[in-house]
Design a protein around this ligand. Structure first.
Ligand SMILES: Cc1cc2nc3c(=O)[nH]c(=O)nc-3n(C[C@H](O)[C@H](O)[C@H](O)COP(=O)(O)OP(=O)(O)OC[C@H]3O[C@@H](n4cnc5c(N)ncnc54)[C@H](O)[C@@H]3O)c2cc1C
Ligand code: SF4
Length: 571
């Protein structure tokens, strides 16, 4: 039986509509383990889930992202139905807010409860529907490991021109939660074990083969629908292998705990073209859907440290990512209203050509997300502290450039919609920052191309950490490097036509020339940054004839990248 028939066959009776507490479950909060679903018995609970075509068409989202999200939504609906919860599952061409409004009017549903939406876009959409009459109330979202008060108690009231160092927040969260703490002291005597982590990977230990999650009939049906309805979107559903049911999500996580965590810390910054996941968890996709919960993961990892099943350095390295970076990033997004509050403090990018694959191009989306205000509240912020504005080239769509590190990472994104943190930061974003590609365009690309991307996490990572477009709010200096870093941390350069040890001339690696010319180009803005002293000292020692060669090599590299045509998406 198709999913539609299965879920409709169990449509709630009139009695249920009137007598249950109805909860709207957003697409990214698929959990009954915490939150309003568990606050009363299953027989007193009803949930509403909306599968919105308008939302899916808003950007040319990776087909695997749509598949994993929709398949998890459908599995979640049936899992809840099986425990006695009444389920209203609505397929709609409208936005989530408008679909809920129509449903409430049609069925006379009482006021809905919803946890405060994580995505700004959903908040706006629901607010808009509320103004048109949707009766909905918001409850605190217990799936986060921290609250907004934790952020403001750490740093004081938000100030747009300030720098926010994540480590302060992380230490405070360790103290507040007692995680990896011995009384008031951090376990092992220090909060960070970064010096023990971050080694290159040279096959020191075997890399375990992750478990497989072949699509069941629900997922098969979703994949077929995605291929039909979203044929023009980025990426592929080929070899779809992500969990969709709660037991599979839990098995996926247990594999990380048992087999990957012991080596996570040591090799968290290493990159390989033969082991793309290495010891990373890939948990982001399920965490960001609510199928895995951050505090559960943190407690599981803490227990492994206590049992000696993984080193403290590895466990701390993982907990820092989830309790530190993940929570910090979402607060930065919320505090800055998705970087809109920086408008008067950081130079902004002006570029009408960005409309090429902006959400506004999709007619269905424009209709579903109307904007009555002179300034479109859905339009993404465009900080560009370093004045970057070049168009994103075809290599990000998987067109081969000859730069093996970039081609490897881009091919993985096209195929899987995922790479681990370091190819995102030190390859894909590093290239963009060095070349001066538009931070907004890069953000939009990350947003539609990655399976784990949502506004609250992708915008601070790209506009903040990865490109320094926010002028140093999120990162105290730009994360940029020449070939030396990539060469040290990966096996890419051994399989590349370019030589990472040559900085200019035929066969030289473009990253190095791009790095030095980036420093030159941004001297006025970056030279006084205390953390940039060493690179600027090194730049000052380069003789002018070498700088001339570097400039020529960098210009040639940017022109080469721009010469490929890219496929069009999103319309
Ligand atoms: C340019 C750029 C774009 C990114 N876009 C996203 C995104 O769209 N969605 C997303 O979830 N993460 C994003 N990240 C953060 C990070 O790269 C991914 O969370 C991580 O690579 C996901 O793989 P994993 O689950 O194996 O992570 P692991 O290495 O196993 O880490 C464990 C968890 O820590 C959390 N985490 C680690 N670093 C961050 C971070 N900087 N911000 C938020 N959470 C973090 C994630 O939830 C992750 O699952 C981005 C980073 C960069 C540099
Ligand atoms: S040589 Fe340069 S372009 Fe090639 S893989 Fe290494 S860093 Fe990348």
């Amino acid at each position: 039986m198709s999913f539609r028939k299965e879920v409709e066959a169990l449509h709630p009776a009139a009695h249920d509509l009137a007598h249950r507490r109805w909860i709207y479950v957003p697409y990214d909060r698929l959990t009954g383990r915490v939150g309003p679903i568990g606050e009363q018995s299953a027989s007193e609970t009803g949930i509403v889930i909306v599968e919105s075509t308008a939302k899916a068409l808003r950007r040319p989202y990776h087909k695997k992202k749509l598949a994993v999200l929709i398949s998890n939504m459908r599995h979640f609906a049936l899992e809840q139905q099986a425990r006695g919860v009444a389920v209203l599952y609505r397929f709609s061409p409208l936005s989530h807010g408008q679909a809920l409004l129509a449903l409430q009017r049609e069925l006379g549903l009482p006021t809905l409860t919803c946890t405060a939406p994580a995505e700004r876009e959903l908040r706006l959409d629901l607010d808009h529907a509320r103004q048109s009459g949707l009766a909905i109330e918001f409850a605190p979202d217990p799936t986060w490991a921290s609250t907004s008060a934790d952020f403001t108690e750490t740093y004081g009231p938000f100030q747009p021109g300030k720098s926010y160092v994540m480590d302060r927040f992380y230490r405070r969260m360790r103290q507040k939660t007692g995680i990896l703490m011995q009384g008031t002291k951090p376990l092992g005597g220090q909060y960070s074990f970064d010096e023990e982590n971050r080694k290159p990977f040279r096959n020191q230990v075997p890399v375990p083969m992750p478990p497989s999650f072949p699509p069941d009939c629900i997922t098969e049906e979703v994949i077929e629908m995605v291929e039909r309805t979203y044929a023009h979107h980025f990426g592929t559903t080929r070899n779809f292998d992500l969990p969709s049911s709660q037991p599979d999500c839990d098995r996926f996580w247990r594999f990380f705990l048992d087999h990957l965590l012991p080596h996570f810390g040591a090799y968290e910054d290493a990159m390989r073209d033969d082991h793309l996941q290495l010891f990373h968890s890939k948990a982001s996709v399920l965490l960001n859907l609510g199928r895995l919960l951050p505090l559960d993961l943190i407690r599981d990892v803490e227990a492994r440290a206590a049992a000696g099943a993984a080193s403290l350095a590895s466990c701390e390295g993982f907990i820092r990512q989830v309790l530190g970076w993940r929570e910090f990033m979402r607060h930065i997004h919320e505090q800055t209203d998705g970087f809109r509050l920086l408008e008067k403090h950081v130079p902004q990018e002006e570029h009408p050509r960005r409309q090429e694959f902006s959400p506004d191009r999709t007619a269905a989306a424009a209709e579903a997300y109307p904007s009555s205000q002179p300034k479109d509240p859905y339009a993404g912020a465009r900080p560009s502290a370093l004045g970057a504005s070049l168009p994103l080239p075809a290599v990000y769509w998987g067109v081969k450039s000859g730069l093996h590190c970039v081609d490897t990472a881009a091919a993985q994104v096209v195929e899987e919609g995922w790479t681990h943190h370091i190819p995102r930061l030190m390859v894909l974003s590093n290239l963009a920052t060095l070349c001066g590609f538009s931070p907004r365009e890069l953000t939009d690309w990350f947003w539609f191309a990655f399976v784990d991307a949502y506004d609250w996490v992708v915008e601070p990572n790209v506009l903040g950490m990865a490109t320094y477009a926010d002028g140093g709010l999120t990162a105290t200096k730009p994360y940029v490097s020449g070939a030396a870093y990539i060469h040290r941390m990966s096996n890419y350069c051994g399989h590349c036509q370019f030589d990472p040890k040559l900085s200019a001339g035929p066969g030289s690696c473009p990253f190095t020339a791009l790095y030095w010319t980036f420093l030159e180009r941004n001297r006025a803005r970056l030279q006084s940054n205390p953390r940039m002293g060493t690179p600027y000292m090194a730049l000052s020692k380069r003789p002018e004839p070498e700088l001339v060669q570097l400039r020529a090599r960098a210009a040639e590299a940017v022109a080469d990248l721009a010469s490929f045509r890219r496929p069009e998406y999103g319309h």
